[in-house]
Design a protein around this ligand. Structure first.
Ligand SMILES: Cc1cc2nc3c(=O)[nH]c(=O)nc-3n(C[C@H](O)[C@H](O)[C@H](O)COP(=O)(O)OP(=O)(O)OC[C@H]3O[C@@H](n4cnc5c(N)ncnc54)[C@H](O)[C@@H]3O)c2cc1C
Length: 389
């Protein structure tokens, strides 16, 4: 056991950090200004330009298999990169990535959906949640009825990230009511926007909004089924499970940057004749935050490392998500407190992060659902205490 990043990991971490400091952080004032005017923080053209700069540095398809032009660096690297990118709130991701479940497509589907998504020519969205089914994914009600060699989709999806921008959606619909609820009876369809679904922007407390997707007699050819007929539920769980621990990684990166802001501010803000950094009340907030960031980092690395070893990491991914998301919320709250009134203003990005962090505890499985998974694993004996190493 060697509890340090290896030389390659350190080198990549350093390069991404430099990229973030040189290319992204200078955009922060502009991003804040644009968002306050109700516009996206960066334009698609800016994003493409930044992605092409990153590509020159080798940051393209971090986890995409080499046969699709990616670097295939593994999950630890993915965790490190996610932490580094989260040190800024500039909405940016390296390109060359596609949803994990698109790799289950057949050759024709890969050509039409997977490869253009990796190349950044198409935008996907993952549409599982419905007005009547969020945490309880087994309750989805969207119906797909067979008609000749087409399926007719009717229903509504909500809170779909990228739902306004996507030109195709991975849509989960009930194809066999009898099997539904036992992990079957649901099928995943690849549905192009021009097949007829509509999206509506949902305003949130964050700076970007997901969408409702409306399906009214949308006809989808049989060949657009992703994976097996009635086998979509497992694909959905696989997608959700993969994204989970990345939320923890993002929380670590953001919290670290925020804590540094609080340390810098505490050293220069003088009250009653002394910098507030001299006060124990402030020191304790800094210390507690540093300890929690460190704990979250190791939970995330553990979850990522397990995946790289081909191990089932679901229990630990839930821990990394639950603790990371809550740690991020506690840290941003303390950092805001240390900044006093300034922390509450829109002069600084803290209030923006504060609003964003609240989402971490909700999507990709709420706090309560992570607790339910962790405790169920222990109560049923799927995972034994003290056997994680
Ligand atoms: C900004 C944003 C982006 C999103 N992006 C996507 C996306 O791209 N694709 C997608 O499909 N979905 C997406 N979601 C949906 C998200 O995954 C759900 O909102 C989330 O899973 C919770 O579901 P819900 O909102 O229906 O809450 P509910 O399931 O109705 O839960 C309400 C409350 O009850 C609690 N609760 C529920 N069941 C239990 C239980 N058994 N025990 C204890 N407490 C319980 C919950 O934790 C929560 O506190 C997104 C949501 C948001 C806000």
């Amino acid at each position: 056991m060697y509890l340090r990043l290896n030389e390659e990991q350190k080198m990549i971490q350093k390069t991404v950090r430099k990229f973030v400091e040189k290319e992204l952080m200078p955009l922060e004032p502009d991003v804040l200004r644009k968002e306050r005017e109700g516009k996206p923080g960066i334009t698609p053209e800016q994003k493409k330009e930044l992605q092409s700069k990153a590509k020159h540095l080798g940051f393209w398809g971090i986890n995409t298999p080499a046969e699709y032009g990616g670097a295939n660096l593994g999950q630890m690297m993915q965790a490190i990169v996610a932490m580094e990118l989260a040190r800024t709130f500039v909405p940016f991701n390296f390109g060359g990535y596609a949803d994990n479940i698109l790799y289950y497509g057949n050759e024709q589907q890969k050509k039409k959906y997977l490869i253009p998504t990796i190349n950044g020519d198409r935008i996907s969205c993952f549409a599982f949640t419905e007005p009547g089914a969020g945490s309880d994914t087994r309750r989805i009600g969207m119906r797909a009825e067979k008609d000749g060699n087409e399926w007719v989709l009717n229903g509504e999806k909500v809170f779909i990230t990228n739902g306004n921008e996507a030109d195709f959606a991975m849509v989960f619909a009930v194809t066999d009511k009898q099997q539904q609820g036992q992990g079957g009876g649901v099928t995943c369809f690849l549905v192009d926007r021009d097949m007829g679904w509509k999206s509506e922007y949902i305003h949130t407390m964050g700076e970007w909004g997901p969408a409702s997707l409306i399906f009214e007699n949308v006809r989808v050819p049989e060949e657009n089924i992703l994976g097996e007929l009635h086998g979509g539920y497992q694909l959905g769980l696989e997608w959700i499970g993969f994204a989970r621990w990345i939320v923890g990684a993002r929380a670590v990166g953001a919290a670290e940057r925020l804590l540094q802001m609080a340390i810098d501010y505490a050293k220069q803000r003088v009250t009653f004749g002394q910098p507030i950094a001299e006060r124990q009340a402030i020191q304790w907030m800094i210390a507690d935050s540093a300890v929690e960031i460190e704990a979250a980092r190791w939970l995330v690395f553990h979850a990522a490392w397990m995946l790289d070893q081909g191990m089932d990491n679901r229990h630990y991914a839930s821990m990394a998500k639950l603790f990371g998301a809550n740690m991020g919320n506690r840290v941003v709250d303390r950092v805001l407190q240390i900044h006093g009134g300034m922390g509450y203003t829109k002069e600084l990005p803290i209030e923006r992060w504060y609003r964003e962090a609240r989402l971490w505890r909700i999507y990709d499985g709420t706090d309560e659902i992570q607790r339910l998974i962790i405790s169920r694993n222990l109560l049923k004996g799927h995972v034994k205490l003290g056997e994680s190493m």
